[in-house]
Design a protein around this ligand. Structure first.
Ligand SMILES: C[S@@+](CC[C@H](N)C(=O)[O-])C[C@H]1O[C@@H](n2cnc3c(N)ncnc32)[C@H](O)[C@@H]1O
Length: 315
């Protein structure tokens, strides 16, 4: 530990893999800085750096054009292969909506919204208004541009910010939504408490997430982290405890390992047949995307990782 409370590490060595279920915010690993040779970075700036792929918008536009899509007539469905950066993409998002009854009058918050695919899908499908918040500047900028292109600016607002300090008033959303963001967050207590704070009483959290399995340590790189330095995997039991500790009553919890492996098999077969779409989540995973996905599949098969979705109510 450095004298300023920072952790000194070499790149690729894990300083902050631990989970924080009960400590105060000041103790949280997300806020502690990590000192690399020549600089000091917080977890949040490391996450921003991990996901911030320069030139992402140009890559998406290039892919769309090679598919013969006109940017002037783009639909929410056209973007689905690239803008849902989580297991099973649109299939999982649609499944998660089936747990709830989202109405046009509802206000929905997507925490860790990425480039906003889910936010646009929900607004398009249900007519509701959706606010997305994400740490990664590049993702938010690309997300705002894509939202303009599909003319959903009146119902979808994407902004840069931290899930650990949500810039919203208490009791202001009917639904909170989160997919595959909490693996980057050490302070699970703060994460779920912030979600519970901004939900209206009786409001629901819809979640779809990856957790630590019962097997050996996961192998990196993984889609959300090159190494353990920005990965904080809770076990299912710890995640449930963190949600419940924040005042969220878990109503549904559905294991999704089998469905995810089947989907990944299909994706691999499509790629092997040379039929992978020109736009896909590989665009947001840098050059080692294939290795990250292979490690994820191996992690699920060997129970190093597990994946589930579900719903919790603010009590
Ligand atoms: C794997 S991506 C998933 C994005 C989106 N939920 C989706 O399913 O397409 C994880 C996202 O979580 C965001 N994230 C990680 N830590 C965060 C934090 N503390 N606050 C806000 N967003 C965060 C990252 O910037 C990234 O966009």
């Amino acid at each position: 530990m450095g004298t300023d409370g920072s952790t000194k590490i070499r790149p690729h060595q894990s300083p902050i893999g631990a989970i924080n279920l009960c400590s105060t915010r000041e103790d949280a690993n997300d806020m502690r800085s990590t000192v690399f040779e020549g600089g000091s970075m917080t977890r949040e700036s490391l996450v921003n750096q991990h996901y911030g792929v320069a030139g992402l918008m140009a890559a998406i536009e290039g892919g769309l054009m090679s598919m013969g899509k006109s940017l002037d007539a783009l639909t929410v469905d056209d973007l689905a292969p690239v803008d849902e950066f989580h297991s099973r993409g649109r299939e999982a998002t649609a499944e998660l909506t089936s747990l709830a009854k989202i109405n046009a009058t509802d206000r929905v918050l997507d925490v860790g919204c990425g480039i906003g695919g889910t936010a646009r899908y929900l607004a398009h499908q249900f007519g509701c208004s959706v606010t997305g918040i994400d740490l990664t500047d590049e993702f938010v900028a690309v997300g705002q541009r894509l939202t303009e292109l599909v003319s959903l600016n009146d119902r979808v607002t994407l902004r840069q910010g931290s899930a650990l300090a949500l810039p919203f008033e208490a009791n202001s959303f009917d639904y909170a939504w989160t997919e595959h963001a909490q693996m980057n967050i050490a302070d699970k207590k703060q994460f779920y408490s912030e979600i519970a704070r901004v939900l209206k009483p009786g409001g629901r959290l819809l979640f779809h997430d990856i957790f630590r399995g019962d097997g050996e340590e996961p192998i990196y790189p993984l889609p959300w982290a090159e190494d353990e330095s920005i990965s904080s995997l809770a076990t299912k039991a710890n995640a449930r405890a963190a949600m419940e500790g924040a005042g969220l009553v878990i109503e549904q919890w559905v294991d999704k390992v089998g469905d995810t492996l089947a989907f990944m098999d299909q994706m691999a077969a499509q790629a092997a047949a040379g039929k992978a779409p020109p736009i896909s989540i590989r665009l947001v995973m840098r050059d080692n995307g294939q290795e990250k996905l292979a490690n994820y599949v191996r992690g699920l098969k060997e129970k190093r990782l597990t994946v589930a979705l579900g719903m919790a109510r603010k009590g």
